[in-house]
Write a protein that binds this ligand. Structure first.
Ligand SMILES: O=C(O)CCC(=O)C(=O)O
Ligand SMILES: [Fe+2]
Length: 319
């Protein structure tokens, strides 16, 4: 088998600009018309009280990076990739499944490997919005990441629900799967169980961006995401990753992005966001992002209504 037949590479550089133009010309979906009528509010008890389990953790240093994205934070402090089990209770997973399934109504079609997706879901679901602003949830994700985190400041790039369905073989071959994310700290929560679909494995390149070769599958790893609610945490802008085409059933996932408020640096690029949301919609949001990144960490936490999460706190146990 020639891996290039099954593992095409997603657009970068000029390809992103072309994609941004295409997205701009397409009629945007209208997710704001969805009325979820959520029955249950978020509560911290929906996080697994025994604490989550991590598997296959690799720091940015272990992936081969020598330069840290943040001054004074070592590459071996920041997680590059980790499988997260039991972050939520079964009830928490069931509520997320229900909300994300209902958000499909307003999903836009995507001609990427993801069949459909709904962006900016924190504006549509108060449950997901409150979960992302919960100090307990942010502390759990910060501990996984190795740095304190807040929700990513740009709403559309902050959260997304992906729906994958089988596609005709001819289409799969033209479509990109391998990509890096625009955002840095990304939690990919798979809400379908492994018996709900076939194909759809989450692959990542176990190395740096420079050493990625789409044809060399020896460096690829498949994340063990079997139970609904299992998640893959990644440093998305520095890890090539992708979901293989789904062959049967449906795979649904909730992808959440975070930002470390102690540093103003951010890897996102205008064309990356514009390729997802179109150019016109991205301009004001982009200006808002530049503004938000300048806020102090104290201000970012106080806007969420929570006490700051500190570096020291990440290493304390029993909290
Ligand atoms: O749906 C997933 O599990 C992850 C897809 C992905 O990498 C993305 O949306 O950027
Ligand atoms: Fe991604």
């Amino acid at each position: 088998m020639n891996p290039s037949d099954t593992l095409p590479l997603f657009q970068r550089g000029v390809g992103r600009v072309k994609l941004a133009l295409k997205t701009t010309l397409k009629r945007p979906p209208r997710p704001s018309s969805i009325c979820l009528g959520e029955q249950m509010p978020w509560r911290d008890g929906l996080l697994c009280q025994q604490g989550h389990l991590l598997g296959g953790t690799r720091t940015l240093g272990q992936l081969g990076y020598t330069h840290s994205p943040h001054a004074k934070v070592a590459v071996d402090t920041i997680t590059g990739v980790a499988v997260v089990h039991r972050l939520f209770t079964p009830e928490g997973v069931a509520v997320l499944q229900d909300i994300c399934a209902r958000l499909e109504e307003g999903a836009g079609d995507s001609d990427w490997i993801i069949s459909r997706r709904t962006r900016g879901v924190t504006a549509l679901s108060s449950f997901i919005n409150d979960m992302m602003s919960s100090r307990a949830f942010l502390l759990a994700v910060s501990r996984i990441a190795g740095v304190p985190l807040v929700p990513y400041p740009m709403v559309n790039a902050r959260s997304q629900v992906n729906y994958f369905y089988p596609k005709p073989v001819e289409q799969q071959q033209q479509l990109g799967m391998w990509h890096t994310d625009g955002t840095n700290y990304v939690l990919n929560i798979v809400l379908s169980g492994s018996s709900d679909y076939s194909g759809g494995e989450f692959l990542y390149h176990n190395g740096t961006l420079d050493t990625f070769d789409a044809l060399d599958h020896r460096t690829f790893e498949s994340a063990q995401l079997d139970e609904p609610g299992d998640a893959l945490f990644i440093y998305g802008s520095r890890l090539f990753h992708g979901v293989r085409p789904v062959l049967s059933g449906r795979r649904m996932s909730l992808v959440l992005s975070f930002h470390c408020p102690y540093f103003a640096d951010d890897s996102n690029r205008f064309w990356h966001v514009a390729s997802d949301d179109g150019i016109a919609a991205t301009v004001p949001r982009w200006l808002g992002l530049r503004w938000a990144l300048q806020r102090s960490a104290a201000r970012q936490f106080s806007r969420l209504g929570i006490e700051p999460i500190t570096f020291e706190e990440l290493h304390q146990t029993g909290a």
